[in-house]
Design a protein around this ligand. Structure first.
Ligand SMILES: [Zn+2]
Length: 76
């Protein structure tokens, strides 16, 4: 997913959601104090399985590198 279109979309999402959504969520439940800026855009439903959802706002999360790595390691 490194197309020009994706690049633009990803930048727009990070601009709209400047803080890592996972960090924010963890802070809300008291698991974390630190909220990192968003650095990556993650697909909730995999593009491999749902290519039509690639550019859907409701299918993406703006995440920091750390949270993105964690999710990827869990296979999400
Ligand atoms: Zn994070």
């Amino acid at each position: 997913m490194q197309s020009e279109e994706w690049h633009r979309f990803s930048r727009k999402i990070r601009h709209e959601r400047p803080r890592c959504e996972m960090c924010v969520r963890m802070r809300q439940v008291g698991m974390n104090n630190l909220v990192n800026p968003s650095q990556d855009v993650h697909h909730i439903k995999k593009v491999r399985d749902y290519p039509e959802l690639s550019f859907k706002r409701s299918n993406v999360m703006a995440l920091c590198k750390k949270c993105h790595k964690k999710l990827t390691e869990q296979g999400k």
